[in-house]
Design a protein around this ligand. Structure first.
Ligand code: ATP
Ligand code: MG
Length: 348
């Protein structure tokens, strides 16, 4: 497993964070995290895994039931005011005032942090320029695209030149072009200022591309940490993916492949068979012939290098997309139940 000794210069430290919400929802279950200063660090996990709760605790918006959170050497529980001055926060949902212009939003935010006069004016213009919003500075935010709003959100988080920036799902819901534009700005910040950034995402490819180090979070705790390459390199060999022509007894598939020594981790779900092979290309002919001998028809075979999705499967035993989807459905069901309750209540 990637090392545990990167900590000397940590800008963000979480030790054994626990948080249970009312109704016994365990959001964090002993979360540990260590973000070295000057790094762009990704916390990647599916819906409901505890990303926002972690960010809320680190940014003083809620408190942990147990454990410790330290930002820039300051304990967030002991001295939340000092922490707030050091950090910038971009919430999962935009906090910009839709009825104000981009310039007004930034100016107000600057005042909240004690900026005024020419210094404030210069800072606001600088951020508008940096985030490509100068020509839209006088437009009301309610007319902005999703990408423009998110760029403004990040600019708002930076008004007071924080040392540490928290970005909770900065690009969720944006189209690929807008995501790219946003990340270009964020990338420039890290390169230019060596600011520490902790971002959360449920896009594995985003974590892989922009996270120098990433932690995979699942059910309220970190299950793996490393560079994307380190996480993938814990997976030996290649991924094999076979589309079966029809539903097949999983045990029959497993039995038929059991004799191939360099094929492992065989998983069969519906008509899909996944396995790992030391050398994919070498394993394919044998896999096909064993399946054929067992009377199993196939539609297609793919060999690919290991992905973060494979790493996620290894560490959690589940496919990322499926967990993410299940989390989304549970959240939607929860919201529906809440709505129904409210509507019922109002009707009485
Ligand atoms: N205020 C709250 N009250 C009750 N339960 C909550 C509250 N906030 C979060 N939870 C629950 O805690 C768990 C973790 O939620 P959290 O928002 O931290 O996850 P997340 O990883 O940010 O998810 P998403 O990807 O959907 O943003 C979920 O089961 C969620 O439903
Ligand atoms: Mg969240």
């Amino acid at each position: 497993m990637p090392d545990e000794t990167r900590s000397e210069d940590a800008a963000i430290v979480a030790r054994g964070l626990k948080k249970t919400y009312r109704g016994d929802v365990v959001a964090l279950d002993g979360l540990d995290l260590e973000v070295p200063a000057g790094m762009c660090y990704g916390l990647v996990g599916p819906n409901g895994s505890g990303k926002t709760t972690t960010v809320k605790i680190m940014t003083t918006l809620t408190t942990a039931d147990d454990g410790q959170a330290v930002v820039s050497g300051i304990d967030v529980k002991a001295d939340p005011d000092r922490v707030r001055k050091m950090i910038g926060v971009v919430d999962q949902r935009s906090t910009a005032d839709l009825t104000a212009t981009a310039r007004e939003n930034l100016t107000l935010q600057g005042r909240v942090y004690g900026l005024k006069g020419p210094e404030l004016k210069t800072r606001v213009s600088e951020l508008l320029e940096q985030f490509g919003l100068s020509k839209d500075a006088k437009r009301l935010v309610k007319g902005f695209s999703g990408g423009m709003t998110r760029r403004l959100d990040v600019a708002l988080g930076l008004v007071h030149r924080p040392h540490v920036l928290f970005l909770d799902e900065p690009s969720t819901g944006l189209d690929p072009e807008a995501r790219h534009a946003l990340w270009e700005e964020i990338d420039r910040l890290v390169q230019g200022q060596r600011m520490t950034i902790l971002f959360t995402t449920h896009y594995l490819e985003e974590a892989e591309r922009y996270g120098e180090l990433i932690s995979i979070i699942d059910s309220g705790h970190v299950v793996a940490t490393g560079t994307p390459d380190e996480l993938k390199s814990t997976l030996q060999g290649d991924a094999l993916f076979v589309e079966l022509a029809g539903a097949v007894d999983p045990d029959l598939v497993k039995r038929s492949l059991a004799g191939i020594e360099d094929v492992s981790d065989v998983v069969v779900e519906d008509r899909r068979l996944r396995a790992r092979a030391d050398v994919g290309a070498r394993a394919v002919p044998r896999v096909l012939s064993e399946l054929e001998s067992a009377g199993i028809q196939i539609d297609s075979v793919t060999v690919s290098r290991s992905s973060l999705d494979d790493a996620y499967l290894l560490y959690t035993g589940r496919r990322f997309a499926e967990v993410d989807q299940a989390g989304e459905e549970a959240a939607a069901a929860g919201a529906g139940a809440k709505r129904a309750k409210k509507e019922g209540g109002e009707g009485r």
